[in-house]
Design a protein around this ligand. Sequence first.
Ligand SMILES: Nc1ncnc2c1ncn2[C@@H]1O[C@H](COP(=O)(O)OP(=O)(O)OP(=O)(O)O)[C@@H](O)[C@H]1O
Length: 612
Amino acid sequence: MTVQSVDTAQPLALPLARPRESFRLLWRNTRGQRSFVWLVGIAGLLAAVAGLVAPWMIGWLVDVLLAAGVGGAEQTPAAADADAAAGTAGGPGANAPAAAVWWAAAAVAGAGLIAAACAWAGQAWLARAAEPTVAGLREAVMDRALRIGSSRLDGTETGDLVSRVAEDAREVSQAATTVVPLVVQSLFTVVVSAAGLAAVDWRLGLVGLLAIPMYWTTLRWYLPRSGPIYREERAAFGTRASRLLGGITGARTLRAYDAQGPELERIHAASAQARDLSIGVFGFLTRAFSRNNRAEAVVLGAILGAGFLLVSAGYITAGAVTTAALLFHRLFNPIGALVGMFDQVQSAGASLARMAGVVSLPVPERTARLHGGTLELADVSHTYDDGTPALHDVHLTIGPGEVVAVVGTTGAGKSTLAQIAAGLVAPTSGTARLGGVELVEADPGSLREHITMVFQEVHGFATTVAENLRVARPEADRTTLEAALESVGAGWVAHLPQGLDTEVGEGGYRLDPMQLQMLALARVALADPQLVVLDEATAEASSAGARRLDIAAVRVLEGRSGLVVAHRLSQAVAADRILVMSAGRIVETGTHEELRAAGGHYAELSRAWFGG
Ligand SMILES: Nc1ncnc2c1ncn2[C@@H]1O[C@H](COP(=O)(O)OP(=O)(O)OP(=O)(O)O)[C@@H](O)[C@H]1O
């Protein structure tokens, strides 16, 4: 049994991590991949810098051509300086403009190749960094989810926890491999191009800054609207899909009643709604981008206007203005992409915060070692987090080798008692001890060695039968596994397609509930604990199967103490003592004969079950 840590002092809702904690967790999980993270950064920076070459070269070319008198333009003083720098001063020869064009073309092509190589390498390195990081993150969440108190897992938080481990991990993983590369590349391009713009001329750089408030206004307009619109569209897609599926699966019934018409109308209505919403989303995106385009047109116009004045005043060359305008133009796509991806980044950030929230849950230190002995529950009461009372002042002692059965109506508190006896749930008041040591303080490994619990719903892990058994004892060899199976009468495993190596669980060989229960009992034999807690372990099987399971349970209990939650009275008859529970209390105690003679609840149940 995997004994989970117990912490009753937790608040009910699973927490969300703050952005800083989320980032720290993410960074911690990049351990081992950091060199790839840096390489991604360097490749992104190089690609962005290589992207500066084209605007720069075109600006230079403009100056060279102007200096050469191509287009009949007059040379400004600043152009003359540039000319000197370009080595074409003193009157260009006939070949100078042509050579400059060739040089510029070669530089642009070279830079393009470098940018492409960097983008390709960056993408490959990012995959190397992101996949193990997200896998580590998922494992960290899973690890914590398995170690926090099982009372939390059984409560209202289960769904939340499952969605954090499954959906949020998928969201983060998708973002890491699709959105993050684009965001990183866009950010580098924006920063490097803006720096390039300021380096060309600080005055033009200042004019370029005008774009920031304009983009900001677009973002403020876009963000609050985008989330609800996309959510509505996704919900409409979901409705359409389920309507279509319902129509297909129910086709025979619809035909039988000749009721296709109304169902088709409903499908049509759902499709029309999804279509209209998609058109609306398209319109919304167009409006968002047109706002961006407006900002870009205004600022580009301002840069050209300011450039005209600066060139006229002789401060800069026409080539510099060309470079500045092209650099500003380079911002358009990445900024558009950043705005478009903002809500995806936000949603991935929210998922990361939810995952980090699980990892931040404290797992209390438990160090006490158990040494076996008598199980003693004293004054035990339990109320679940949602306020449901389950147990009231329960006293129970199970000595070494003693088997106690618990019977009672549904909701009487049997399972709660079993989980407290197994150390899986901490009672809200009172104590549960084994050999004088409190179970809630016992080291999980020590608890696992001494107490094993079998639940009614036995899980078959998607792996081989052998690995399913090794959950209880990882080092067990095949002979040990076979002996354990034999001891519970599960010889049928040898007749499975690949015997112990048969894959079971999701997608594998389908084991029936009785077979799964037998594997669970074989696990108990492998774990070899002092105390076994069986919670309705045979309730699901058919009567023939139930008899075989009863025998297996009796064998597993031989030489051990046991607490058996018995749904069928036949399970309780052989017990040394029987407890009858009602509304969270133990109302009768005794052997089968004593309780029958007493004429109380048990006698009534017994008459109904066995007759007479
Ligand atoms: N995780 C939980 N969160 C909140 N309430 C719970 C939880 N588990 C059980 N309860 C409630 O506690 C009470 C006792 O339940 P428990 O499962 O211990 O009874 P039981 O005798 O084992 O019932 P059954 O035979 O149906 O399994 C019931 O009212 C039940 O609804």
